[in-house]
Design a protein around this ligand. Structure first.
Ligand SMILES: [Cu+2]
Length: 145
C-alpha cells in the first residue's frame, strides 16, 4: 500500500511538474477593442527549463506570445516563437513587457469574467489557467462594496 502511494506521487509529479501560474489576468478593455492581452507569472520550481510555445482560449481567435522591444527609440511588439522559464526562476508577463497577445475578441469581455487559457509547452503538455478579466495595475486585494 505504501509503495502504491509513493508510486502515485511519483507519477503525478512527473506529469504535473510544470510551472505554477500566479495572478493570471486578461486586460479589461472598452467594448469594441478587438485585441487584448493576458499577463501572469510563470514559476518554475524544477531544475529544468520549461518552454512555453503558445496558448489558446475560446474567447479570442488567436493567441501569440509577444514581447516589447525597442526599435529606433520606439517600443514595438514583437512575436516570439517561445518563452523560456528558466529552472528555479520566475518569468513575468506584464504590461510593457512579455505578454500573451489575444487577437479577435469574440464577445466583449466583462470585468471579473473568468477566462480559461490553455498554455502549450514544448514537450507537448498543456496547462489550463483560470484568468480573471481586470485592469492591469488595479489593486485586486482592495475590494469595493
Ligand atoms: Cu502584443
Amino acid at each position: 500500500m505504501k509503495g502504491l502511494v509513493a508510486l502515485l506521487l511519483l507519477f503525478s509529479s512527473a506529469v504535473f511538474a510544470q510551472v505554477e501560474v500566479n495572478t493570471p489576468i486578461v486586460r479589461l478593455l472598452p467594448p469594441g477593442v478587438p485585441n487584448t492581452a493576458a499577463y501572469m507569472q510563470l514559476v518554475n520550481t524544477a531544475s529544468q527549463d520549461v518552454e512555453l510555445v503558445g496558448a489558446k482560449t475560446d474567447v479570442v481567435e488567436r493567441v501569440e506570445i509577444h514581447d516589447h522591444q525597442m526599435y529606433d527609440g520606439m517600443m514595438k511588439m514583437v512575436q516570439q516563437q517561445s518563452a523560456t522559464v528558466p529552472a528555479d526562476s520566475t518569468l513575468t508577463f506584464k504590461p510593457g513587457g512579455l505578454h500573451l497577445m489575444m487577437f479577435g475578441v469574440k464577445k466583449p469581455l466583462e470585468k471579473n469574467q473568468h477566462v480559461t487559457i490553455t498554455l502549450l509547452f514544448a514537450d507537448g503538455s498543456e496547462m489550463e489557467v483560470d484568468a480573471v478579466v481586470t485592469e492591469p495595475g488595479a489593486d485586486n486585494s482592495h475590494q469595493h462594496h
